[in-house]
Design a protein around this ligand. Structure first.
Ligand SMILES: NC(=O)C1=CN([C@@H]2O[C@H](COP(=O)(O)OP(=O)(O)OC[C@H]3O[C@@H](n4cnc5c(N)ncnc54)[C@H](O)[C@@H]3O)[C@@H](O)[C@H]2O)C=CC1
Ligand SMILES: O=C(CO)COP(=O)(O)O
Length: 298
Protein backbone atom coordinates (compact mmCIF):
# COMPACT_ATOMS: atom_id res chain seq x y z
CA UNK A 1 0.00 0.00 0.00
CA UNK A 2 1.37 3.41 -1.01
CA UNK A 3 2.27 5.95 1.75
CA UNK A 4 -0.39 8.58 2.55
CA UNK A 5 -2.14 7.90 -0.70
CA UNK A 6 -5.70 9.18 -0.90
CA UNK A 7 -8.63 8.57 -3.24
CA UNK A 8 -12.21 9.72 -3.50
CA UNK A 9 -14.74 7.06 -4.45
CA UNK A 10 -17.81 8.48 -6.21
CA UNK A 11 -17.50 11.31 -8.71
CA UNK A 12 -20.78 13.11 -8.09
CA UNK A 13 -20.99 16.74 -6.97
CA UNK A 14 -19.56 16.20 -3.49
CA UNK A 15 -17.01 13.60 -4.53
CA UNK A 16 -15.59 15.96 -7.16
CA UNK A 17 -15.57 18.90 -4.75
CA UNK A 18 -13.73 16.85 -2.11
CA UNK A 19 -11.28 15.67 -4.75
CA UNK A 20 -10.64 19.30 -5.70
CA UNK A 21 -10.15 20.28 -2.05
CA UNK A 22 -7.92 17.34 -1.18
CA UNK A 23 -5.80 17.89 -4.30
CA UNK A 24 -4.57 21.22 -2.92
CA UNK A 25 -2.18 19.67 -0.37
CA UNK A 26 -1.35 16.32 -1.98
CA UNK A 27 -2.06 14.08 -4.91
CA UNK A 28 -5.62 12.82 -4.69
CA UNK A 29 -7.13 10.16 -6.98
CA UNK A 30 -10.79 9.78 -7.88
CA UNK A 31 -12.90 6.93 -9.23
CA UNK A 32 -16.54 6.21 -10.00
CA UNK A 33 -18.63 3.37 -11.34
CA UNK A 34 -18.50 4.78 -14.87
CA UNK A 35 -15.28 5.96 -16.46
CA UNK A 36 -14.99 9.75 -16.41
CA UNK A 37 -12.78 12.15 -18.30
CA UNK A 38 -11.62 13.99 -15.18
CA UNK A 39 -8.21 14.75 -13.71
CA UNK A 40 -6.68 11.99 -11.52
CA UNK A 41 -9.34 9.48 -12.56
CA UNK A 42 -8.27 5.89 -11.83
CA UNK A 43 -9.91 2.48 -11.86
CA UNK A 44 -11.60 1.25 -8.70
CA UNK A 45 -8.81 -1.13 -7.68
CA UNK A 46 -6.15 1.59 -7.85
CA UNK A 47 -8.35 3.74 -5.61
CA UNK A 48 -9.02 0.89 -3.17
CA UNK A 49 -5.26 0.36 -2.79
CA UNK A 50 -4.89 3.84 -1.28
CA UNK A 51 -4.42 4.24 2.46
CA UNK A 52 -7.14 6.89 2.82
CA UNK A 53 -10.50 6.64 1.07
CA UNK A 54 -13.17 9.31 0.97
CA UNK A 55 -16.40 7.51 0.10
CA UNK A 56 -18.90 9.85 -1.57
CA UNK A 57 -21.56 7.33 -2.56
CA UNK A 58 -25.16 8.09 -1.50
CA UNK A 59 -26.44 6.54 1.73
CA UNK A 60 -28.97 4.21 0.12
CA UNK A 61 -26.33 2.64 -2.15
CA UNK A 62 -23.54 2.15 0.32
CA UNK A 63 -24.34 -1.27 1.79
CA UNK A 64 -24.51 -2.91 -1.61
CA UNK A 65 -21.41 -1.08 -2.77
CA UNK A 66 -19.41 -2.25 0.26
CA UNK A 67 -20.67 -5.83 -0.14
CA UNK A 68 -19.75 -5.95 -3.81
CA UNK A 69 -16.54 -3.95 -3.92
CA UNK A 70 -14.84 -3.51 -0.61
CA UNK A 71 -12.23 -5.68 1.05
CA UNK A 72 -10.73 -4.22 4.20
CA UNK A 73 -6.93 -4.08 4.13
CA UNK A 74 -6.24 -1.37 6.69
CA UNK A 75 -7.66 1.61 4.80
CA UNK A 76 -8.86 4.66 6.69
CA UNK A 77 -12.22 5.89 5.57
CA UNK A 78 -13.93 9.27 5.50
CA UNK A 79 -17.66 8.99 4.86
CA UNK A 80 -19.07 11.90 2.86
CA UNK A 81 -22.73 10.85 2.65
CA UNK A 82 -25.52 12.29 4.80
CA UNK A 83 -28.46 9.93 5.13
CA UNK A 84 -30.03 6.97 6.93
CA UNK A 85 -30.70 3.66 5.16
CA UNK A 86 -34.43 3.57 4.40
CA UNK A 87 -34.83 -0.20 4.00
CA UNK A 88 -33.50 -0.96 7.50
CA UNK A 89 -33.40 2.32 9.42
CA UNK A 90 -29.71 1.65 10.06
CA UNK A 91 -27.27 4.52 10.49
CA UNK A 92 -24.27 4.62 8.18
CA UNK A 93 -21.86 4.01 11.07
CA UNK A 94 -23.64 0.71 11.73
CA UNK A 95 -23.32 -0.31 8.10
CA UNK A 96 -19.69 0.75 7.77
CA UNK A 97 -18.74 -1.00 11.00
CA UNK A 98 -19.78 -4.31 9.46
CA UNK A 99 -16.87 -3.86 7.03
CA UNK A 100 -14.29 -1.60 8.69
CA UNK A 101 -13.08 -1.22 12.31
CA UNK A 102 -14.59 1.79 14.06
CA UNK A 103 -11.21 3.39 14.71
CA UNK A 104 -10.59 3.59 10.96
CA UNK A 105 -13.79 5.50 10.14
CA UNK A 106 -14.56 9.22 10.19
CA UNK A 107 -17.69 11.08 9.08
CA UNK A 108 -17.61 14.48 7.39
CA UNK A 109 -20.31 16.89 8.52
CA UNK A 110 -21.06 20.60 8.57
CA UNK A 111 -22.29 23.26 6.14
CA UNK A 112 -20.53 22.60 2.85
CA UNK A 113 -22.22 23.04 -0.51
CA UNK A 114 -20.08 21.28 -3.11
CA UNK A 115 -20.42 24.15 -5.57
CA UNK A 116 -18.84 26.60 -3.09
CA UNK A 117 -16.05 24.19 -2.10
CA UNK A 118 -15.32 23.87 -5.84
CA UNK A 119 -14.69 27.63 -5.90
CA UNK A 120 -12.34 27.37 -2.90
CA UNK A 121 -14.68 29.54 -0.84
CA UNK A 122 -14.06 29.23 2.92
CA UNK A 123 -16.04 26.71 4.96
CA UNK A 124 -15.77 24.80 8.22
CA UNK A 125 -16.40 21.08 8.47
CA UNK A 126 -16.28 18.53 11.25
CA UNK A 127 -14.49 15.20 11.12
CA UNK A 128 -16.41 12.91 13.44
CA UNK A 129 -14.60 9.80 14.54
CA UNK A 130 -14.08 7.64 17.59
CA UNK A 131 -10.37 8.04 16.78
CA UNK A 132 -8.78 11.43 17.42
CA UNK A 133 -5.67 9.92 15.83
CA UNK A 134 -7.54 9.55 12.56
CA UNK A 135 -8.61 13.20 12.76
CA UNK A 136 -5.02 14.27 13.37
CA UNK A 137 -3.91 12.31 10.31
CA UNK A 138 -6.56 13.61 7.93
CA UNK A 139 -6.91 17.20 9.10
CA UNK A 140 -3.67 18.41 7.41
CA UNK A 141 -4.86 16.87 4.16
CA UNK A 142 -7.59 19.50 3.86
CA UNK A 143 -6.78 22.88 2.30
CA UNK A 144 -6.75 26.17 4.18
CA UNK A 145 -10.16 27.13 2.86
CA UNK A 146 -11.72 24.09 4.57
CA UNK A 147 -11.19 24.47 8.30
CA UNK A 148 -11.60 21.19 10.14
CA UNK A 149 -12.91 20.56 13.64
CA UNK A 150 -12.92 17.31 15.56
CA UNK A 151 -15.80 15.58 17.31
CA UNK A 152 -16.22 12.04 18.59
CA UNK A 153 -20.02 12.32 18.47
CA UNK A 154 -20.40 10.16 15.38
CA UNK A 155 -24.08 9.43 15.88
CA UNK A 156 -24.78 13.11 16.57
CA UNK A 157 -23.14 14.15 13.30
CA UNK A 158 -24.97 11.44 11.43
CA UNK A 159 -28.39 12.41 12.77
CA UNK A 160 -27.68 16.10 12.08
CA UNK A 161 -26.49 15.51 8.51
CA UNK A 162 -29.34 13.20 7.63
CA UNK A 163 -32.20 14.96 9.42
CA UNK A 164 -31.42 18.45 8.15
CA UNK A 165 -32.10 17.19 4.62
CA UNK A 166 -35.67 16.34 5.60
CA UNK A 167 -36.18 19.72 7.27
CA UNK A 168 -34.73 21.35 4.14
CA UNK A 169 -37.47 19.68 2.08
CA UNK A 170 -40.07 21.08 4.50
CA UNK A 171 -38.46 24.49 4.30
CA UNK A 172 -38.47 24.41 0.49
CA UNK A 173 -42.19 23.61 0.62
CA UNK A 174 -42.73 26.51 3.01
CA UNK A 175 -40.87 28.83 0.64
CA UNK A 176 -42.69 27.47 -2.42
CA UNK A 177 -46.04 28.02 -0.76
CA UNK A 178 -45.02 31.62 0.06
CA UNK A 179 -45.86 31.17 3.73
CA UNK A 180 -43.39 33.90 4.64
CA UNK A 181 -40.08 34.31 6.45
CA UNK A 182 -41.66 33.99 9.90
CA UNK A 183 -43.10 30.60 9.05
CA UNK A 184 -39.82 29.42 7.59
CA UNK A 185 -37.79 30.49 10.62
CA UNK A 186 -40.32 28.78 12.89
CA UNK A 187 -40.12 25.61 10.85
CA UNK A 188 -36.32 25.57 10.86
CA UNK A 189 -36.05 26.16 14.60
CA UNK A 190 -38.72 23.56 15.42
CA UNK A 191 -36.86 21.30 13.01
CA UNK A 192 -33.71 21.72 15.05
CA UNK A 193 -35.60 20.79 18.23
CA UNK A 194 -37.04 17.75 16.45
CA UNK A 195 -33.63 16.63 15.20
CA UNK A 196 -32.20 16.89 18.67
CA UNK A 197 -35.08 14.96 20.26
CA UNK A 198 -34.62 12.21 17.68
CA UNK A 199 -30.86 12.11 18.11
CA UNK A 200 -31.09 11.93 21.90
CA UNK A 201 -32.79 8.54 21.60
CA UNK A 202 -29.66 7.20 19.89
CA UNK A 203 -27.14 8.80 22.21
CA UNK A 204 -26.35 11.94 20.17
CA UNK A 205 -24.85 14.83 22.12
CA UNK A 206 -26.87 18.05 22.46
CA UNK A 207 -23.88 20.24 21.60
CA UNK A 208 -23.62 18.73 18.12
CA UNK A 209 -27.04 20.14 17.26
CA UNK A 210 -26.11 23.73 18.03
CA UNK A 211 -22.75 23.46 16.27
CA UNK A 212 -21.62 23.17 12.65
CA UNK A 213 -23.06 19.70 12.08
CA UNK A 214 -26.55 20.63 13.30
CA UNK A 215 -27.56 24.29 13.24
CA UNK A 216 -24.76 25.15 10.79
CA UNK A 217 -25.78 22.65 8.13
CA UNK A 218 -29.49 23.02 8.82
CA UNK A 219 -29.46 26.82 8.41
CA UNK A 220 -27.47 26.45 5.19
CA UNK A 221 -29.52 23.73 3.57
CA UNK A 222 -32.95 24.88 4.72
CA UNK A 223 -32.52 28.41 3.41
CA UNK A 224 -30.87 28.10 0.02
CA UNK A 225 -31.85 27.02 -3.44
CA UNK A 226 -28.34 25.61 -3.79
CA UNK A 227 -29.68 22.70 -1.72
CA UNK A 228 -31.13 19.82 -3.73
CA UNK A 229 -33.38 18.90 -0.80
CA UNK A 230 -34.70 22.46 -0.56
CA UNK A 231 -35.40 22.35 -4.32
CA UNK A 232 -37.34 19.10 -3.88
CA UNK A 233 -39.54 21.02 -1.45
CA UNK A 234 -40.00 23.89 -3.92
CA UNK A 235 -41.07 21.38 -6.58
CA UNK A 236 -43.56 19.72 -4.25
CA UNK A 237 -45.08 23.11 -3.41
CA UNK A 238 -45.57 23.70 -7.13
CA UNK A 239 -47.55 20.47 -7.24
CA UNK A 240 -44.98 18.57 -9.29
CA UNK A 241 -44.80 14.78 -9.00
CA UNK A 242 -41.83 13.51 -6.99
CA UNK A 243 -40.65 11.42 -9.95
CA UNK A 244 -40.52 14.51 -12.17
CA UNK A 245 -38.72 16.54 -9.49
CA UNK A 246 -36.05 13.88 -9.04
CA UNK A 247 -35.60 13.44 -12.80
CA UNK A 248 -35.15 17.19 -13.24
CA UNK A 249 -32.74 17.30 -10.29
CA UNK A 250 -30.54 14.56 -11.73
CA UNK A 251 -28.66 14.35 -8.42
CA UNK A 252 -29.34 12.72 -5.10
CA UNK A 253 -31.66 14.38 -2.54
CA UNK A 254 -31.03 12.21 0.52
CA UNK A 255 -33.95 13.70 2.49
CA UNK A 256 -36.46 11.77 0.38
CA UNK A 257 -35.34 8.32 1.54
CA UNK A 258 -34.18 9.54 4.92
CA UNK A 259 -37.74 10.64 5.73
CA UNK A 260 -38.74 6.97 5.36
CA UNK A 261 -35.92 5.88 7.65
CA UNK A 262 -36.88 8.46 10.28
CA UNK A 263 -40.49 7.33 10.09
CA UNK A 264 -39.43 3.74 10.66
CA UNK A 265 -37.22 4.62 13.62
CA UNK A 266 -39.61 7.10 15.22
CA UNK A 267 -42.38 4.50 15.10
CA UNK A 268 -40.15 1.82 16.58
CA UNK A 269 -38.79 4.01 19.39
CA UNK A 270 -41.91 6.17 19.83
CA UNK A 271 -40.19 9.48 19.07
CA UNK A 272 -42.27 12.57 18.30
CA UNK A 273 -41.18 13.69 14.80
CA UNK A 274 -44.03 15.83 13.39
CA UNK A 275 -42.13 17.63 10.62
CA UNK A 276 -40.44 14.50 9.27
CA UNK A 277 -43.77 12.68 9.36
CA UNK A 278 -45.48 15.41 7.31
CA UNK A 279 -42.61 15.46 4.81
CA UNK A 280 -42.99 11.72 4.33
CA UNK A 281 -46.75 12.10 3.79
CA UNK A 282 -46.25 14.93 1.28
CA UNK A 283 -43.66 12.86 -0.59
CA UNK A 284 -46.31 10.15 -0.74
CA UNK A 285 -48.86 12.53 -2.25
CA UNK A 286 -50.54 14.48 0.59
CA UNK A 287 -51.32 18.11 -0.28
CA UNK A 288 -48.37 20.29 0.72
CA UNK A 289 -50.69 23.23 1.46
CA UNK A 290 -52.79 21.32 3.99
CA UNK A 291 -49.81 19.63 5.54
CA UNK A 292 -47.60 22.64 6.17
CA UNK A 293 -50.43 24.89 7.32
CA UNK A 294 -51.63 22.23 9.77
CA UNK A 295 -48.10 21.74 11.01
CA UNK A 296 -47.54 25.42 11.67
CA UNK A 297 -50.96 25.78 13.32
CA UNK A 298 -50.90 22.90 15.77
N1 LIG B 1 -23.42 18.06 -2.97
C1 LIG B 1 -23.18 18.58 -1.76
O1 LIG B 1 -23.10 19.80 -1.61
C2 LIG B 1 -22.98 17.67 -0.59
C3 LIG B 1 -23.37 16.34 -0.61
N2 LIG B 1 -23.22 15.56 0.50
C4 LIG B 1 -23.63 14.17 0.50
O2 LIG B 1 -22.75 13.41 -0.33
C5 LIG B 1 -23.44 12.30 -0.89
C6 LIG B 1 -23.24 12.31 -2.39
O3 LIG B 1 -23.81 13.50 -2.87
P1 LIG B 1 -23.42 14.14 -4.28
O4 LIG B 1 -22.09 13.72 -4.72
O5 LIG B 1 -23.67 15.58 -4.18
O6 LIG B 1 -24.55 13.45 -5.20
P2 LIG B 1 -24.58 13.27 -6.77
O7 LIG B 1 -25.97 12.86 -7.12
O8 LIG B 1 -23.98 14.46 -7.44
O9 LIG B 1 -23.59 12.06 -7.03
C7 LIG B 1 -23.72 10.80 -6.47
C8 LIG B 1 -22.65 9.92 -7.06
O10 LIG B 1 -22.74 8.62 -6.49
C9 LIG B 1 -22.56 7.67 -7.52
N3 LIG B 1 -23.27 6.45 -7.18
C10 LIG B 1 -24.59 6.32 -6.97
N4 LIG B 1 -24.87 5.03 -6.72
C11 LIG B 1 -23.70 4.35 -6.77
C12 LIG B 1 -23.35 3.00 -6.62
N5 LIG B 1 -24.26 2.09 -6.35
N6 LIG B 1 -22.06 2.67 -6.77
C13 LIG B 1 -21.13 3.60 -7.05
N7 LIG B 1 -21.41 4.90 -7.21
C14 LIG B 1 -22.68 5.26 -7.08
C15 LIG B 1 -23.17 8.33 -8.75
O11 LIG B 1 -22.65 7.77 -9.93
C16 LIG B 1 -22.78 9.77 -8.58
O12 LIG B 1 -21.53 10.00 -9.17
C17 LIG B 1 -24.90 12.44 -0.45
O13 LIG B 1 -25.11 11.63 0.66
C18 LIG B 1 -25.02 13.91 -0.07
O14 LIG B 1 -26.03 14.12 0.91
C19 LIG B 1 -22.66 16.04 1.64
C20 LIG B 1 -22.24 17.34 1.71
C21 LIG B 1 -22.35 18.26 0.60
O1 LIG C 1 -25.30 18.74 2.71
C1 LIG C 1 -25.22 19.68 1.96
C2 LIG C 1 -24.50 20.91 2.32
O2 LIG C 1 -23.87 20.82 3.56
C3 LIG C 1 -25.84 19.62 0.61
O3 LIG C 1 -27.22 19.63 0.71
P1 LIG C 1 -28.14 19.12 -0.48
O4 LIG C 1 -27.87 17.66 -0.66
O5 LIG C 1 -29.54 19.42 -0.06
O6 LIG C 1 -27.75 19.90 -1.71
Amino acid sequence: MAEKSIAVIGAGKWGQALHFALSQNQKCLITSRTKRDIKDFVDLQTALDCEYLVIAIPAQEIREWLQENFVFSGQKILVAAKGIEASTGEFLNEIYEEFIPRKNIGFISGPSFASEVMQALPAAIVINSKSRKLYKEVSPMFPRFLKTYYSDDVIGAEVCGAYKNVIAIASGICQGLKLGNNARASLISRGLVEMQRFGKEFGARKSSFIGLSGAGDLFLTASSELSRNFRVGLGLAQGKALKTILEELGEVAEGVKTSEAIHKLSKKYKIYTPIANEVKLILEGKSAQDSLKDLLKS
